[in-house]
Write a protein that binds this ligand. Structure first.
Ligand code: TXA
Ligand code: MG
Length: 345
């Protein structure tokens, strides 16, 4: 299949170009597009056959539901059977933005979108390209991250091209995404609401507005054994090709442990994920993920670095761990899921 790549300025988007992509969505095609979190692979939510193609192309397990991307609150009432008061409070506070909310679904949402569940999720992305694409497609856009299933999510159009070129109709290149990790997913169909996946809107931000609990799997401390509330929880995620060891713990012990692992594995191609503050303690192939003083910089670079190490053909990636405060919880959730081994220093 021929894939068109359209370059659009995300601050000042050329509407005529977005209309070309919107036409593809309207005709049942697949378009990859930027959001503020990661790139999404979109189809018309209301067209079950189009949505089915997303699962095929990504090789995504059919029971893993998709998020509906909407450009106005009106879609909430069209797709959700019940819209609790908390949802409006949170939408007013965080939309457009990286917050996905789960509702009881109406029949209009095809089963393929929800993986057979009776619930469906929605978010309004904070990106002008995404919002205009939804607007001119005149439908909600069902979209998972635009990567092959199991791989790190794409934060640039190049990442999407690498995974999906030739397999989808169109890729809108809107530059690097800001946040770098996927949206926060919360379930509003349970009492109290549950945080299922940590993301750009943090637990601390949410609990200023509503009572909410963190699902144990959101911490990704142990391989989750119970019934997963979110089907996405049970699958391997974000995994680079290389084996990855994540070292957690007090900073000085962590550095020492990483130095030891590096020495023990000499002879292998090793990549180290370090920070501005700690880079001086290591030798070899080091990548700076960001600054510990601003964890948003760490989130923004995480998937990019995993993909870079893959391209360089590393045998082993050793990563530092971080505090789970604020967006740190989202970072640690992704690192723990990507790692083959997690070590407490
Ligand atoms: O930031 C994001 O959320 C990106 C951009 C493109 O918007 N999208 C994204 O989609 O990360 P995806 O499909 O990679 O992750 C969606 C997650 C999955 O873990 C899925 O299981 C969960 O949301 N999810 C979606 N609908 C659900 C539902 N009805 N019940 C439980 N979990 C749901
Ligand atoms: Mg994904």
């Amino acid at each position: 299949m021929e894939t068109c790549v359209i370059r659009v300025d995300r601050e000042n988007p050329d509407i005529e170009k977005i209309k070309i992509a919107a036409e593809i969505i309207k005709n049942g095609g697949l378009v990859a597009f930027p959001t503020e979190t990661v790139y999404g692979l979109g189809a018309n939510t209301l067209n079950g056959e189009a949505v089915m193609k997303i699962f095929k192309v990504k090789n995504r397990p059919p029971d893993n539901p998709l998020i509906n991307h909407i450009d106005s609150k009106e879609w909430l009432y069209k797709l959700a059977e019940e819209v609790p008061e908390e949802a409006i409070t949170l939408a007013d506070a965080f939309w457009p933005g990286p917050l996905t909310m789960i509702f009881k679904k109406k029949d209009i949402v095809p089963d393929v979108v929800t993986g057979g569940l009776k619930t469906t999720s929605m978010r309004m992305p904070d990106n002008k390209i995404a919002l205009n694409l939804i607007k001119y497609s005149e439908c909600p856009i069902a979209a998972p991250s635009a990567n092959l299933s199991g791989k790190p999510s794409p934060t640039t159009a190049e990442h999407v091209i690498h995974d999906l070129y030739g397999k989808i109709d169109c890729i809108i290149d809107g530059g690097k995404t800001d946040i770098g990790v996927e949206s926060t997913v919360i379930d509003l169909t349970v009492d109290p609401p549950l945080l299922l996946r940590p993301g750009g809107v943090t637990y601390e931000m949410l609990k200023d507005f509503i009572e909410i609990k963190i699902h144990p799997a959101a911490e990704a401390m142990i391989k989750f054994k119970g019934k997963p509330e979110s089907p996405g929880m049970k699958y391997r995620h974000y995994a680079p090709k290389a084996d990855m060891i994540l070292v957690e713990g007090e900073i000085n012990k962590m550095i020492k442990k990483i130095q030891e692992i590096y020495e023990e594995n000499k002879g292998k191609k090793i990549g180290i994920i370090a920070t501005e503050e700690t880079k001086k303690f290591y030798t070899g192939n080091i990548k700076i993920i960001g600054s510990r003083r601003n964890m948003r910089t760490v989130a923004t670079n995480l998937f990019k670095i995993l993909r870079e190490f893959d391209r360089e053909g590393m045998d082993l990636i050793i990563s530092e761990g971080f505090s789970t405060e604020g967006i740190g919880l989202a970072v640690m959730n992704r690192l723990r899921k990507a790692a083959k081994t997690v070590i407490k220093a």
